[in-house]
Every structure is written in C-alpha cells, then in structure tokens.
Design a protein around this ligand. Structure first.
Ligand code: FE2
Ligand code: FE2
Length: 176
C-alpha cells in the first residue's frame, strides 16, 4: 500500500468515526470517539501538510497546495467547535459542519489531487513510507519534538555535523 492508499484508507476511517459519533450520547463513549477523531485527523493533516502538499505545490500548483492547507484550517476550526459542544444540543449540527467540510476536501484529494500526483510524482511517492512519516509528525507525550523533528530543524538551521548527532545533541544545537 503506498502513501496515497494509506491516506485514502484514513479518510474512510474518519468518515466511519464521524457517523458513529453522531449516533452517540453525551458521555464517555462520545468523548472517546472524539479523541480518536481528533488524533487521527491531526496526524493525517500534519503528514499531508509536511510531506504531500509540497509535492502538490511542486507538480500541480502552489495555489492548489494553499487551498488544501486552508481547508485543513477550516477542518481544525470545525473540530474545535465540535469539541466545545460535546455536551450541547447543537452537537449534531457542529458534527454536520465538520463532516461536510471534510467531505468536500476529501473529494478534491481523491478525485483530483491524488490521481494527478500519482502521474507526476510517482518516484517521490514510492519513497514515502506512511509509518515513517507519521512517526516524524507525532510528538512525544509531553509535546517533545522527536529526533526526526529536531533533525529537520537542524537541517533548516544548517547545523554542521547534524547527521551524526544524538537526539540530545540535536536538541542542544537547535536551541543555540
Ligand atoms: Fe487527506
Ligand atoms: Fe487533506
């Protein structure tokens, strides 16, 4: 399964979770479902923004990458509005808004952007391992940066000798 198939599978998973949370009553089950949706979406969007949308900007168009990122912003806002209403009567309406926004975005990714990327960036896509990308965007329990995050920062700052540094050394070098 390549990275795009993996992302498409995650779209289906989030759609299922949204359908489930709509049927839920306020309480622990709803809270658990919300936590799962929030975690799935935040990793999914971070992977796309960091690794996939740059390919879209390069091969399809910068505007397309910007629009897709903007739609993620809308999804994050809709998610926050659902979170505020977990126990309110307007919960279902808030989920509807989130669901519609995501459906629109997912349709564009699956019907337009991803197929075009498959044609134009097959080589770069083939080098991407979904699990590896996820570990790069996920942070530790205290919000710590991962070694991969620190390495990226070191690369941006052009730190010398970064490729042989330990995680602590990278953290220190980036901090300077
Ligand atoms: Fe997506
Ligand atoms: Fe997306």
């Amino acid at each position: 399964m390549d990275v795009l198939d993996h992302l498409i599978e995650e779209h289906r998973k989030v759609e299922r979770l949204l359908a489930q949370i709509k049927e839920s009553d306020p309480g622990s089950e709803r809270d658990r479902l919300f936590g799962e949706i929030e975690a799935s979406l935040s990793t999914h969007m971070a992977v796309e923004e960091r690794f996939l949308y740059p390919l879209i900007a390069e091969h399809i168009g910068e505007d397309d990458a910007e629009d897709a990122t903007d739609e993620h912003t809308l999804a994050r806002e809709a998610l926050a509005s659902v979170k505020e209403r977990l126990e309110e009567g307007a919960f279902e309406a808030a989920v509807d808004i989130l669901e519609k926004g995501i459906a629109h975005h997912v349709e564009e990714e699956e019907d337009e952007l991803f197929p075009e990327l498959r044609e134009k960036a097959a080589g770069q896509l083939a080098e991407m391992d979904p699990e590896d990308l996820e570990s790069k965007v996920e942070t530790g329990p205290d919000g710590d940066l991962t070694k991969a995050d620190l390495y990226e920062k070191a690369k941006e700052a052009d730190v010398e000798g970064r490729s042989t540094m330990t995680k602590d050394e990278l953290a220190e070098a980036v901090d300077d």
